[in-house]
Design a protein around this ligand. Structure first.
Ligand SMILES: NC(=O)c1ccc[n+]([C@@H]2O[C@H](COP(=O)([O-])OP(=O)(O)OC[C@H]3O[C@@H](n4cnc5c(N)ncnc54)[C@H](O)[C@@H]3O)[C@@H](O)[C@H]2O)c1
Ligand SMILES: O=c1ccn([C@@H]2O[C@H](COP(=O)(O)OP(=O)(O)O[C@H]3O[C@H](CO)[C@@H](O)[C@H](O)[C@H]3O)[C@@H](O)[C@H]2O)c(=O)[nH]1
Length: 442
């Protein structure tokens, strides 16, 4: 099939590469000329394991191409997929202006009697019908538009793996022919397909993200209580996760969820509920718990240093999770904002997210590409991303390199027992804290 994809972000690019890999002819369109030119040269704008190889391979075999000219891409494809951003507006609702622009471009250049327009972007319930309306109200000849809601569930850092091994593909359509065509499109992937109406498909996406966010805030609250009652969150997570009705995934307590999806999508669902006069109390609580979680880390540190004024601090990790260079809504940014506001001198380390961080943080912090250099002579270290490099970095080295070895671990990267044996000050999430026999801040 001939597919046009609007947007070459995580979703557009990964979907494009995957569909080309399974034999379709894909053209990805983006308004960002520079991105398109780099993609044509085989350079991926995103860090994603495996993407570079498939990007080059499928361009060479002519199944994948890129364009910044929308007049050519929308004229006669079998399927058009919308994969542009739907960022958060100030009130928390989803900004649909990029989706609207795609609809308008389609209406201008579409040149076939009928077309299947698929939304992969995460959009509020009702949006797919608006897309149809936006296209039809401007198209100047009779063309039948079949809309399909086909939300995306990939995770950054394992996006290609998720696309080839997804748990399900959701197809929300009211046209049988369009639904069948979508099934054919994905059939080489051998992933279970669920067919629903359009509204249910749109809701499945928000409900999935809201449920996963709920699991995280739940376990974080349990962790916060564990600290006060002397229980250990690692054992508690394991113990509850072994119940197959609960499941062990997404029960890793930490500094809270970040990234380009959970924060915005939970807020958008609260807004969506509000629009139909339903107050989503549970999800509001999930969001509040998540907003508070990074502040607890700072509070723990203040127990040892009082104030951060002129304290030399290192923050390990900037990405919102390991294996991505994405820092959107990263908990690291919240921690950094507070440390900088309170006058700390901050070193930061991240194996791949420094270039993105520089665009946001400028020269307010000092960047390091090794953990050793970042923590040297510091008085306090915050661990905010559980990078493999951090987990494998010997705890003993903090003792040797820091001025005062106080480690506040927001991702439970080390064993409490080991910190106690080393006589360092170590505080993590949902576990006992240990304090060195003597701490002296000079
Ligand atoms: N990032 C993820 O892990 C993920 C996973 C599932 C769903 N989603 C959802 O998918 C959507 C896209 O997310 P993303 O992270 O890929 O976005 P992104 O911000 O990384 O990329 C969006 C791309 O769309 C381009 N664009 C904007 N307007 C355009 C237009 N009119 N025509 C063509 N291109 C245009 C931008 O230049 C950009 O390259 C969002 O709704 C998001 O919530 C994201
Ligand atoms: O047990 C856990 C699991 C995750 N997280 C945090 O949750 C956030 C999100 O993690 P993850 O879900 O792995 O990353 P995303 O790439 O944001 O993927 C989510 O958001 C995407 C966009 O909607 C969806 O497609 C995916 O299915 C959904 O998992 C990160 O900050 C993680 O550190 C935890 O704190 N504890």
């Amino acid at each position: 099939m001939r597919i046009t994809i609007a947007g070459t972000g995580y979703v557009g690019l990964v979907t494009g590469v995957a569909l080309a890999e399974i034999g379709h002819e894909v053209i990805c369109y983006d308004i960002d000329d520079e991105k398109v030119n780099r993609l044509k040269e085989g350079i991926s704008p995103i860090y994603e394991p495996g993407i570079d190889q498939l990007l080059v391979k499928n361009q060479l075999n002519n199944r994948l191409s890129f364009s910044s000219d929308c007049s050519e891409v929308y004229s006669t494809p079998d399927i058009i997929m919308i994969a542009v951003g739907t960022p958060e507006k100030e009130d928390g609702s989803a900004n649909l202006s990029y989706v609207y622009q795609v609809a308008k471009d389609i209406s201008k250049y579409l040149n076939t009697q009928q077309a299947i327009v698929v939304t992969k972007s995460t959009v509020p319930v009702g949006t797919n019908r608006k897309v149809k309306q936006w296209i039809e109200e401007e198209i100047d000849f009779h063309s039948k538009i079949h809309i399909v809601s086909n939300p995306e569930f990939l995770r950054e850092g394992s996006a290609l793996y998720d696309t080839f091994h997804g748990d399900r593909i959701v197809i929300g359509s009211e046209d049988e022919e369009a639904a069948t065509k979508m099934e054919e499109l994905y059939s080489p992937l051998n992933i279970p397909i669920i067919h629903t109406d359009i509204e249910s498909a749109e809701m499945i996406k928000y409900a999935s993200n809201a449920f996963l966010a709920t699991k995280i805030s739940f376990i974080n609250e349990i962790a916060n209580i564990c600290e006060k009652v002397g229980a250990n969150i690692e054992d508690v997570s394991k113990g509850i996760g072994m119940d197959q009705r609960i499941g062990s995934k997404f029960l890793q307590a930490g500094i809270g969820y970040g990234g380009s999806c959970f924060p915005k999508d939970t807020k958008a669902l609260v807004q969506l509920a509000g629009d139909v006069k339903h107050r989503f109390h549970l999800l509001e609580a999930v969001i509040n718990v998540n907003n508070n979680q990074p502040l607890l880390l700072l509070k723990k540190a203040r127990n040892y240093v009082g104030s951060f004024k002129d304290v030399k601090v290192a923050v390990l990790g900037l990405a919102f999770k390991p294996n991505t260079d994405d820092i959107r809504e990263s908990a690291a940014l919240v921690v950094l904002k507070h440390l900088l506001n309170e006058g700390a001198q901050v070193n930061v380390y991240d194996p791949i997210a420094i270039a993105n961080a520089r665009k946001v943080l400028g020269n307010t912090v000092t960047y390091y590409e090794t953990i050793e250099a970042a923590i040297k002579d510091t008085e306090i270290v915050f661990i905010v991303t559980e990078w493999k490099q951090v987990k494998e970095f010997p705890l003993r080295n903090y003792l040797d390199l820091m001025k005062t070895p106080i480690v506040i671990d927001g991702r439970n990267c080390y064993e409490v027992k080991e910190a106690a044996a080393l006589n360092m000050t170590y505080s993590s999430i949902g576990r006992e804290s240990v304090t060195a026999a003597k701490i002296e801040i000079k």
